[in-house]
Design a protein around this ligand. Structure first.
Ligand code: TRP
Length: 437
């Protein structure tokens, strides 16, 4: 069975080297594994929650899409699309919203952080909180459940949201599945082996710390300038250095080809390699991997219509799954075409009863007979002639209550009756109906 892996990238900001090492590169590598079907998308509806500047939204979507494509994402293999191109996702969001407990949303991290901060500042608990922020986890659940993803690679801060998606999927399955698992229960996946890249100052590389190394911005020059600002100790050229205490080395490790290259770099530092020289080596190493991508990135940014085409093609593929699945879900909750309307309970019971086999007793040429007929009047069981009417009645009663067990010794003509198995099934249905009544 192929496993579905899905992840979303919120389209705010411009990707930096930490995003590349921590998310983009491992996702692309994982998408090449056999037996996985990957869905990667631009979470641009999520971006609207955090950002009301249309120009920034537009710019960021373009840059992030170009980055993933330039980094080697194979859109033949991976379904790569914009969340906002899939109307089924917003529709599913509503179906899920209707089965999500508000109390659970009160506990979602993003909302809780905002409301706690408000309370601490003596403000109204919901000051500045939009319904978008509050419902953020439901939109995310729809992203995931729409495609029945098995695994969702995310950062640690997102694990709670995946758990909420599982909860809401379970509730939906229970309410509307009729014993079927409409939704797969997704599993969060935190890639422990992927190091978080340290930034210039050694803390996690993050825009909020202003310590990032750009990925493509500013060209090779921009990369050089940033690496030059990596903080090191003040040991002079020729002085032995401690590689294990240096985040410059950690960044080097993330790009080195193999263990041997890592060990060699450490050894040189121990032997007194100058920090300036070490930084030049690091620039060359990163440039070897990023340089060709930067060229592709520039090419794509000069032709946004190619990016648009790739994303529309991705949306087409995604909707080939989403559209039929959503109609199944609409049907499950009762949003159905107005044909074959479910019958009221009474009519249903009558219909079920009329579908049951029936015994008939009759008299012919002075003898008594019974027969069992099926749904369309077909004779399933035919008796021979019976002298006494009471005897015929007693056999019918036994067959109705005891079922096939009473066939033993019953005055039936098998040559005029249906297959034994058919008769037994019909009798079993009658017995069951009698027990239910
Ligand atoms: N909320 C995620 C983040 O900020 C992005 C995201 C949106 C996502 N929808 C998703 C991630 C679905 C995984 C699955 O990182």
């Amino acid at each position: 069975m192929t496993e579905r892996v899905l992840t979303g990238i919120t389209t705010t900001g411009t990707p930096h080297l930490g995003n590349y090492v921590g998310a983009i590169r491992p996702a692309i590598v994982a998408s090449r594994a056999p037996g996985v079907e990957s869905f990667f998308f631009l979470a641009d509806y999520h971006a609207l929650i955090k950002c009301d500047d249309p120009a920034r939204i537009e710019r960021s979507r373009l840059e992030i899409a170009a980055t993933w494509l330039a980094a080697g994402l194979d859109t033949q293999r991976v379904t790569f699309y914009r969340q906002s191109d899939i109307p089924e996702i917003t529709e599913l969001t509503w179906l899920l919203t209707c089965v999500t407990a508000k109390g659970q949303m009160n506990r979602a991290h993003a909302y809780k952080a905002a409301s706690d901060a408000n309370l601490a500042a003596g403000e109204d608990v919901d000051a500045g909180v939009t319904m978008g922020l509050f419902s953020y986890p439901i939109l995310m659940a729809a992203d995931i459940l729409m495609f029945n993803a098995h695994r969702v690679p995310v950062g640690r801060d997102q694990v709670q949201h995946i758990e909420m998606a599982r909860d809401v999927a379970q509730r939906f399955n229970h309410l509307f599945g009729g014993g079927r698992e409409l939704f797969v229960l997704p599993q969060a996946e935190i890639e422990e082996s992927v190091a978080t890249l340290p930034g210039l100052d050694g803390r996690k590389m993050s825009k909020s710390y202003d310590n990032t190394i750009p990925l493509f911005e500013g060209g090779q020059r921009g990369l050089k300038d940033a690496v030059a600002r990596i903080v090191t100790d003040s040991r002079l050229p020729g002085e032995p250095k401690d590689p294990d205490g240096s985040h410059l080395v950690t960044i080097f490790d993330a790009f080195a080809a193999d263990e041997a290259a890592r060990a060699a770099f450490r050894q040189e530092l121990r032997e007194g390699l100058a920090w300036g020289e070490a930084k030049q080596r690091l620039v060359a190493l990163i440039e070897g991997e990023i340089g060709p991508m930067r060229a592709r990135y520039a090419e794509l940014m000069a032709h946004p219509e190619r990016i648009e085409d790739a994303l529309l093609e991705g949306a087409r593929k995604a909707r080939a799954t989403a559209t039929p699945f959503l109609s199944e879900l609409r049907h499950a909750v009762g949003l159905r075409p107005m044909v074959a309307v479910a019958q009221p309970a009474q009519a249903k019971a009558a219909a079920a009863k009329s579908a049951l086999p029936e015994f008939k007793q009759y008299r012919e040429d002075g003898a008594f007979f019974f027969k069992l007929t099926g749904a369309h009047g077909a004779v399933l069981l035919q008796s021979g002639p019976i002298a006494e009417g009471r005897e015929a009645g007693a056999w019918v009663k036994r067959l109705k209550t005891e079922g096939a067990a009473a066939l033993e010794g019953a005055p039936v003509q098998w040559d005029a009756s249906a297959e034994r198995a058919q008769v037994e099934a019909a009798l079993a249905a009658l017995v069951a109906a009698a027990q239910q009544a």
